[in-house]
Design a protein around this ligand. Structure first.
Ligand SMILES: Nc1nc2c(ncn2[C@@H]2O[C@@H]3COP(=O)(O)O[C@H]4[C@@H](O)[C@H](n5cnc6c(=O)[nH]c(N)nc65)O[C@@H]4COP(=O)(O)O[C@H]3[C@H]2O)c(=O)[nH]1
Length: 957
């Protein structure tokens, strides 16, 4: 790489330098010529000013003399005092005047008189003349005529001139002649002023004084100090002012046409030819013709005056500042311009290099940029797609997206919040969540949320409730997390929200369903427990008792079975409504199960708890109910447990109410009982029974008793019902009513029932084998057994094993077995019937829902429940029911057997209405097998009926 010398000029720089210098020089010359012209013009003006001032000064002196001459020319005598006063003012004003004089023309013979006159003014005054050698004064010789100084002012300083004769002064006299000839003021040549201590050139202006006839009386003259006149004239014109540049200019005044030294009147400097060009060599070089010198000739007072003016030498710069500045500035600018061009050129080369480098760099950068742009475009596309996906997802999802600022105020809510939440976004923007939903400030979850966001923590699943624009309640669920900047400062929150109103409503419905009975809408067992806990807490707080009532409908089973489930449901709903309306709103009515209801009564100060409340409940239930077209009367049994009371812990209230209710039922239904500890004993006994029952079979504690069934026509025993008895070693003989229900509840009835069936069949076969007659044995079949899968096979096996003729076996079924689902029950009955056994319906009339089903059932016998039989002789209703059952059975070709016959009246009634058989204490109680066998052997019988009383249906045997 070649190295360039630092001083090597570029062509552009050299051209700039050359051009700039040439232009600067040309400009300098042009401007300097203008400056010279200006200088000449200025000098001319100043010179003219000075010439005019000199002229004016001399003319002013002429004017003064002319005025003074008028004083004497009037022809009137002029007093010496008047002359003094007259001239005093003029002398004061015109200081260059040496003296005012009046020369009187005096004849030679009048010399003495005049000298005497003058001596009076100034003693010793005589006529004097200048010596011819000019050395002082001498007494004038005798002349024919004198021209003496008669008046002179001021006297002081001019005393020697007083009485001076001037006839011998050629200069003065010739001037007088000129003045007399021209009739105006004339000036003398210069002379040295004799009376002045400091000799200076002076001249005299003179003007003749003539009488009326033109005779010369004398003349007036003014002696003038020449330099002072010129100085005063210049001064009056302001040309000697120190501020004026008078020092720059010299003025010379000559009394004459030429500049002779002897004629020099006044001078401030050299104004000769040497001052023609006062500048230096540069001026001579630049403007050789330039001159600052002038010479003017004036003609004043009959004399020529030469006024020369010359400019003083001045530094070149004083008059050429502009051109010089221009030149220097031009040179500097040229140098700077050249330097700039030089630098620019060098920089341009560097820039070129740099540009090449940068271009290469730029190409590389550009390639990278193109790659970056492509990558960025890909990233932006991906971001757009991502954002589009996000927006689509948000719009499709039930969620919305929200953002808050650092003050936790909403700044944005997207994702169709308005459509999804039913609330305008504007109502949310600018508010905090708790300003939007003030209830958050009052709830535990709300306060916890506020503390959480103030601690700048994320939060999730915050659920709260608000009201939309239609006034509907809406539930929201929101999640959020804080947003921080790079410095870790919180900038806000963002998150998602969703409308969970449907879910909440579903939850509420589920919760309601979970806690309420579907049929009656009353609280169920679960909610009952909650309400009970609250009531107990209330009781504990206030010291007031609560009552828990367990209400069980009497004979609901009958309604349900006889009228169908729908009627049963209607009844339950009616009772539920009546219970609710008969109690206060603060009391709880719940459905426990089936036909069991629980009421919680809390005592209030205005209404103590009394038995009247219970009675009121019973009365409300006991109102007639319309089920379809029929009117029913339903009663209920109520057990009441009181809290607090001895022996009833809080968690046993319902159990104790249940025990009390059982007690009420046992007392004959439509009744209520308060729980007592004794009732609990019975309950405990149930528990004991249940425990003992599990071992009873193994321990052979069961036995069967048999109750004879008698044909009402023949009076003969035609069969017997097998009734189980339990001989417990401690409890003694336990009747079936005390343990059959428990056995059914526990399922033990299936095994017990199988034992009964086998034992009864075996016993019957044994008695038949013993020749005690072809009897029929009736065995109760419980609902649990009826539903057992091995019912048919078990029955078959028993018949096979005992070899009893199936016709000698009667299975007693209850109506409720068929009510839940008729079709499978009918099928099962047919399969049982196909084995050859007889089927009877026990307790008929207490629960059958639809008699029309009877025709579909393959049954043989209807057993009239003993509750109807008990009152047939007293109660027309029951009698009518029994009559109807008998008629119905016979219409269906079924036999009818009445159980619970205890009196002859009952027997007669039944017999008279065509009942086929009877069973009851009137004939025999259930008997132990030995006793029953003895009865058979005795051949005990009823008196036979009168044959024509009724159409009978033969019972199978
Ligand atoms: N007041 C009165 N009662 C009379 C009269 N005649 C008979 N009885 C009683 O009436 C009940 C008739 O039996 P049930 O209706 O089948 O009613 C039976 C039956 O439902 C059930 N039961 C008895 N034994 C069995 C059994 O082996 N299996 C099943 N599943 N249930 C049984 O226990 C119930 C009660 O049986 P028991 O106490 O033996 O009571 C028997 C019997 O002693 C009378 O003139 N007046």
């Amino acid at each position: 790489m070649s190295r360039r010398l630092p001083l090597s000029l570029t062509l552009a720089a050299a051209l700039t330098l050359g051009g700039g210098l040439a232009a600067s020089g040309a400009l300098f010359l042009g401007v300097s010529h203008l400056e010279y012209d200006n200088m000449a013009l200025s000098f001319g003006q100043r010179s003219d000013e000075r010439v005019a001032a000199v002229r004016q000064g001399i003319e002013q002196a002429v004017e003064v003399l002319t005025v003074t001459n008028q004083l004497f020319a009037r022809g009137e005598p002029v007093s010496r005092d008047g002359f003094r006063d007259f001239t005093a003012a003029l002398l004061q004003r015109h200081r260059y005047i040496q003296a005012f004089c009046f020369h009187r023309s005096v004849a030679g013979n009048a010399r003495v008189a005049v000298e005497a006159e003058l001596s009076r003014i100034r003693p010793g005054t005589v006529f004097t003349e200048l010596r011819p050698d000019g050395a002082g004064l001498a007494v004038a010789p005798q002349r024919a005529r004198y021209h003496v100084v008669d008046y002179i002012e001021p006297m002081a300083g001019n005393e020697r001139a007083f009485g001076l004769n001037i006839t011998e002064n050629v200069e003065v006299m010739s001037a007088l002649e000129v003045a007399r000839g021209e009739g105006r003021v004339a000036a003398t040549s210069l002379f040295q002023l004799a009376q002045d201590a400091r000799p200076q050139p002076a001249f005299e202006l003179i003007m003749p004084v003539l009488d009326r006839h033109g005779m010369l009386l004398g003349d007036t003259a003014v002696v003038i100090r020449g330099p002072e006149l010129v100085r005063a004239a210049l001064d009056n014109a302001g040309l000697l002012d120190a501020r004026d540049a008078s020092r720059d200019i010299a003025v010379s005044v000559y009394a004459g046409e030429t500049a002779e030294r002897g004629a020099l009147l006044f001078s401030t400097g050299d104004t000769g030819p040497a001052a023609a060009n006062p500048g230096g060599w540069l001026d001579r070089l630049l403007a050789p013709a330039h001159s600052s010198r002038s010479a003017d000739i004036l003609r004043v007072a009959g004399k020529t005056w030469r006024v020369e003016v010359a400019g003083a030498a001045r530094p070149f710069l004083a008059d050429h500042m502009a051109s010089t500045s221009l030149l220097i500035g031009g040179i500097l600018m040229t140098l700077l311009g050249a330097a700039f061009v030089q630098a620019s050129g060098q920089r341009a080369r560097k820039v070129q290099q740099l540009v090449r480098q940068r271009t290469a760099d730029l190409r590389r950068t550009n390639r990278r940029l193109v790659e970056d742009v492509a990558a960025r475009e890909r990233a932006e596309r991906a971001l757009q797609q991502s954002e589009q996906r996000f927006r689509q997802l948000v719009s499709m999802s039930s969620d919305w997206y929200w953002e808050q600022d650092r003050e936790l105020r909403f700044t944005m809510v997207t994702g169709g919040f308005t459509e999804k939440a039913g609330i305008a976004v504007e109502g949310l923007i600018g508010k905090t969540r708790w300003e939007f939903v003030p209830s958050l400030l009052d709830s535990d979850s709300g306060r916890a949320h506020i503390a959480q966001v103030r601690a700048q923590e994320p939060f999730a699943n915050l659920e709260y409730r608000t009201v939309d624009e239609h006034g509907d309640t809406r539930w929201f669920c929101v999640n959020g997390q804080p947003v921080f900047d790079d410095a870790g400062q919180l900038t806000g929150y963002r998150g998602t929200g969703s409308d969970i109103t449907e879910r909440k409503l579903t939850e509420q419905r589920v919760h309601h369903v979970a806690q309420h009975d579907a049929l009656t809408g009353l609280p169920n067992r679960s909610l009952l427990q909650d309400r009970l806990s609250q009531a107990i807490a209330y009781a504990n707080r206030n010291g007031r008792p609560i009552w828990v009532m367990l209400i069980d409908l009497d004979r609901f089973k009958f309604v349900n079975d006889s009228m169908g489930h729908k009627a049963g449901d209607v009844l339950l709903m009616t009772v539920a409504a009546r219970l609710s309306s008969s109690l206060r709103d603060t009391d709880t009515v719940a459905r426990l199960s089936g036909d069991e209801f629980v009421v919680i009564l809390s005592e209030h100060h205005d209404e103590p708890l009394t038995g009247d409340i219970v009675q009121r409940v019973m009365d409300s239930v006991a109102q007639p109910v319309m089920l379809g077209t029929k009117e029913f009367f339903v009663t209920c049994s109520i057990g009441v447990a009181v809290y607090p009371s001895e022996g009833t812990p809080a968690d046993s209230l319902i159990e104790h109410a249940d025990i009390a209710m059982y007690s009420a039922k046992k007392m004959g239904r439509n009744n209520f009982q308060f729980y007592t500890p004794a009732m609990n004993e019975e309950s405990l006994e149930r528990v004991r029974i249940e425990g003992a029952l599990r071992n009873a079979l193994e321990r052979n504690e069961f036995v069967l008793h048999y109750q004879p069934q008698v044909d009402l026509k023949t009076g003969q025993i035609v069969g017997m019902e097998a009734l189980i008895r339990w001989k417990h070693p401690e409890l003694g003989m336990v009747p079936p009513n005390r343990f059959i229900g428990i056995a059914e509840e526990t399922g033990l009835i299936v095994q017990i029932g199988a034992w009964v069936l086998r034992t009864a069949c075996a016993q019957n076969k044994a008695w038949q084998d013993a020749g005690l007659g072809r009897l029929r044995v009736a065995v109760n079949l419980s609902a649990r057994q009826f539903g057992a899968a091995d019912l048919i096979t078990g029955l078959e096996a028993v018949l096979v094993d005992t070899a009893l003729d199936p016709e000698c076996l009667e299975i007693e079924l209850t109506e409720s077995l068929f009510m839940s689902d008729v079709t499978p029950a009918v099928e099962l009955l047919h399969r049982m019937k196909s084995l050859g056994v007889n089927l009877s319906i026990d307790d008929f009339g207490t629960g059958f829902s639809s008699l029309s089903y009877l025709s579909r059932f393959p049954i043989d016998v209807l057993k009239i429940d003993r509750s109807f039989v008990a009152d047939i002789t007293h109660d027309a209703n029951d009698a009518a029911i029994v009559t109807s059952i008998i008629a119905l059975a016979h219409n269906l070709k079924l036999a009818v057997i009445a159980e619970g016959v205890e009196t002859l009246e009952q027997l007669d009634y039944l017999r008279s209405h065509g009942c086929d058989e009877m069973q009851g204490y009137y004939f025999s109680k259930p008997l132990a097998p030995d006793d029953f066998e003895a009865l058979l052997r005795q051949r005990r019988a009823l008196p036979p009926a009168i044959p024509e009383t009724a159409e009978a249906v033969a019972l199978p045997v």
